[in-house]
Design a protein around this ligand. Structure first.
Ligand code: NAD
Length: 294
């Protein structure tokens, strides 16, 4: 079993690092937030004093950070001091340009690297059933595979460096737009006197079927486990949805890709979050359309 450095022990990083411990690995972790370090310690993760100290005995480094700038900063610090031939695995969801910069930094110092953002949530991170979208050269992906299988149930090699991030951004563009479509349909159904149950029964067995409908159904009732039945307690928070749509928009603008519905979806989630809903599940966006005075 290996020793693994794990940087970024937040909502997702903590349960992911815990799964590596459960798989028998020795995990040395670091997070800037003291509370997260305490939770990690209780999960069997050895805590280091800083990111650099976590590298002492390992050639495998996993990062799970919030933003591209954080990933670039951490790679800038750790790549020069890691043992030659180390493997860097970045599971954060970040922009493709930052991801490719991180890959380039690792390569400059003779390391292997993959971007491996995940689809799922804190619960699936805990269960080890995330979907992991991997970008990187074949050798690096093969080296990362045994670790990624401890984090996710589905590991998909999407292409070269940055391809995992590209896949994640495109997938979540679909998710954001489809949630708005599903929400609009339920609101219209309400105006027509069609019950939510009837619409769900038809759409879930017809061409309107999608993840937003069947897993995050935005109205209470048809899907008992959906956040709508639990006061929109976040399974996937609205501010994370906005983050991913913003990444898609920045990329689309940079590349000249035409994505008008994603642009509109980003604006609607921004509006919803500004009204204080960022920490609620993204399916709560339906309230933007269903208030009596709207
Ligand atoms: P989070 O903010 O809870 O965790 C990020 C952690 O990184 C924080 O605890 C922060 O203190 C730490 N950090 C930042 N800079 C650091 C540094 N230099 N050294 C050490 N630690 C540092 O975020 P999260 O919810 O765990 O999400 C992590 C990533 O996964 C994000 O990119 C997010 O978009 C993505 N993601 C989240 C979810 C989800 O449901 N939460 C689902 C899929 C993907």
């Amino acid at each position: 079993m290996a020793t693994i450095a794990f940087i970024g022990l937040g909502n997702m990083g903590n349960p992911m690092a815990a799964n590596l411990v459960k798989a028998g690995h020795h995990v040395i972790g670091f997070d800037l937030v003291a509370k997260n370090r305490e939770i990690a310690e209780a999960n069997g993760i050895e805590i280091s004093h800083n990111g650099a100290a976590a590298l002492a005995d390992t050639k495998t480094i996993v990062t799970m950070l919030a933003k591209g700038s954080q990933v670039v900063e951490v790679y800038g610090e750790l790549a020069p001091m890691a043992q030659a031939g180390s493997l860097f695995i970045d599971c954060s969801t970040i922009d493709v340009a930052s991801s490719r910069s991180a890959h380039a930094m690792a390569e400059d110092y003779g390391h292997f690297s993959v971007d491996a953002p995940v689809n799922g949530n804190v619960e699936t991170a805990r269960e080890g059933t995330l979907t992991v979208m991997v970008g990187g050269e074949d050798q690096a992906v093969s080296m990362a595979h045994p670790y990624l299988t401890k984090l996710g149930a589905s590991i998909i090699h999407c292409g070269g460096p940055g391809a995992g991030q590209a896949a994640k951004i495109c997938n979540n563009l679909i998710l954001g737009i489809s949630m708005i479509g599903v929400s609009e349909a339920f609101v219209l159904a309400g105006h027509l006197g069609l019950s939510a149950e009837a619409l769900f029964e038809v759409a879930s067995a017809s061409s309107g079927q999608c993840w937003s409908l069947t897993h995050h159904c935005p109205v209470p009732g048809p899907v008992p486990a959906s956040p709508a039945n639990h006061d929109y307690k976040a399974v996937f928070a609205s501010n994370l949805m906005f983050k991913d749509l913003k990444l898609a928009q920045e990329t689309a603008l940079e590349l000249g890709a035409v994505t008008p519905l994603a642009a509109q979806a980003a604006q609607l989630f921004a509006l919803h979050n500004r009204a204080g809903n960022g920490a609620r599940d993204f399916s709560s966006i339906i309230e933007l359309f269903s208030r009596k005075n709207s």
